[in-house]
Write a protein that binds this ligand. Structure first.
Ligand code: ZN
Length: 461
């Protein structure tokens, strides 16, 4: 090879191919949001008639199309399936851990998380969860505990660590029992404390603690019943306003936490709306990243929950005459391939079905009739699904199973799966395509942020 050509090549690899680095990292986690939940939502927007999407494209779909996409596993040190704690810990610390562990490796040692790395470099950090902030996912990013159940300890660590923005549910863990004085302590440390949507919108300062429910925040599908509670989008806007004051940059973790809860319930309508609240937050983030081009947005999940998808359903004799696609003879010819109207039926729902049953159980015994259950479910679903053929039409589990069968909505489990997950990186940073493991994510983030230098030990107290 000619010498000059070699020089050109060396120069290209040394300078031309230099990866760009980010100042800000926004890490968005859909709790339990496996590929099927993402597909279920995106397909419903494509084929349904939600007026919020006149072009029939979800922000999630647009976001993925503008990003780098990779696939990854999330097994822990000794288990194929993980919970939120083990997964958040592995993502935030880069170390193999175990279910239930918060910020500790599998041997039980505290390990440094990405928020501590950011703090040590002078960046601001924030966590948001629309479940509660002491829940496993946010805890795994800022705290260290042997069990996710140590919620009061985790709350104290959140304040002690100086996490600049803390937004979500879980007021109880900052104001009751052993933490009776924690809010006072937070105020002393400079936090502005807010408790509703209006206060959040007006909040000023450099440190923000917003706690909007005693425990978990309400499901998005019930937002009309809770008008003073901010949405995931409201919390994200406030966090960006506060954190972007730091010229060195920030790391923000945004958890759409109740996707997992809705999927655990195998509740199709509630799952749709939890995906919707995440979807409505994405344009706020991409607008910020487009105005601040040194921002990496990474969207992923901690694990898959439920794994919903439409599947063949069996029809009764009368329905068979009216179906619009022929069922396979192999399955008796009475199968149906599910009409698009099921996508619109998801959007008609206005309550979590589990809560409808809780209300039903509060009725006086003599009023807990099949007719009452039918009327309450019809109202929550926004349309009629006949429950009269059920052996026990007031048994919630049987009712829920029947509703899913009529919809043609099939669920793999009421729990978590080990299914592969999708990671989406927006902003043009290297390292996020291909197949990897969630313990590699912290390293990938540090590389994208240009944090390869080792900081001296014990640089924090
Ligand atoms: Zn989870």
């Amino acid at each position: 090879m000619k010498k000059w050509l070699l020089v050109v090549f060396v120069c290209f690899f040394a300078f031309g191919a230099q990866a760009k680095t980010a100042k800000n990292l926004i890490w968005v986690i859909g709790d339990g949001m496996g590929p099927s939940a993402m597909g279920f939502f995106m397909e419903a927007v494509r084929n349904g008639h939600n007026p919020s999407y006149p072009d029939k494209k979800s922000y999630l779909e647009k976001f993925i199309n503008a990003s780098d996409v990779g696939l990854y596993f999330n097994n822990t040190h000794a288990s194929i399936v993980t919970d939120s704690a083990g997964s958040a810990t592995q993502m935030a610390t880069g170390q193999f851990s175990l279910p239930d562990y918060i910020g500790q490796d599998y041997s039980g040692l505290d390990v440094k998380n990405i928020m501590e790395e950011a703090k040590a470099r002078g960046l601001s950090v924030g966590i948001i969860s629309d479940a509660y902030v002491t829940d496993a996912t946010p805890a795994g990013f800022v705290a260290h505990a042997r069990s996710r159940g140590q919620k009061y300890d985790i709350a104290r660590q959140m304040i002690a660590s100086g996490t600049d923005v803390i937004l979500g549910g879980g007021l109880k863990y900052f104001s009751k029992g052993e933490n009776k004085k924690l809010l006072k302590e937070a105020k002393k440390q400079g936090y502005t404390i807010v408790k509703n949507k209006k206060q959040l919108a007006n909040a000023k300062g450099k440190k923000l603690l917003g706690l909007f429910a005693e425990e978990a925040m309400p499901f998005y599908i019930e937002k009309d019943l809770n008008p003073s509670v901010p949405t995931l989008k409201d919390m994200t806007e406030a966090a960006l306003r506060v954190l972007s004051q730091n010229e060195k940059g920030f790391v923000l973790m945004v958890e759409a936490g109740k996707i997992d809860w809705a999927l655990h319930e195998n509740d199709g309508g509630a799952s749709y709306y939890e995906m919707l609240t995440l979807d409505e937050t994405l344009p706020v983030l991409t607008a910020f990243a487009d105005q601040n081009e040194d921002t990496l947005i990474y969207l992923n999940a901690d694990h898959e929950t439920g794994a919903p998808a439409f599947a063949y359903r069996h029809l009764d004799e009368d329905q068979v005459k009216h179906k619009n696609a022929q069922g396979e003879m192999l399955y008796g010819g009475d199968t149906d391939y599910i009409d698009y109207k099921e996508f619109d039926n998801l959007t008609k729902q206005s309550r979590v079905l589990f809560y409808v049953n809780e209300d039903f159980k509060k009725l006086p015994k003599e009023k807990q009739t099949p007719a009452a259950m039918q009327a309450m479910m019809d109202k929550a679903l926004g349309y009629h699904i006949d429950l009269s053929g059920l052996e026990n039409p007031t048994d919630y589990e049987a009712v829920k199973k029947h509703i899913n069968q009529v919809k043609g909505l099939s669920w793999n489990t009421g729990s978590h799966t080990s299914g592969m997950l999708i990671g989406v990186a927006y902003g043009g940073y290297d390292g996020f395509t291909g197949v990897y493991h969630n313990t590699q994510l912290k390293g990938k983030m540090m590389q994208a942020l240009g944090w390869n230098e080792t900081l001296p030990e014990d640089d924090e107290d």
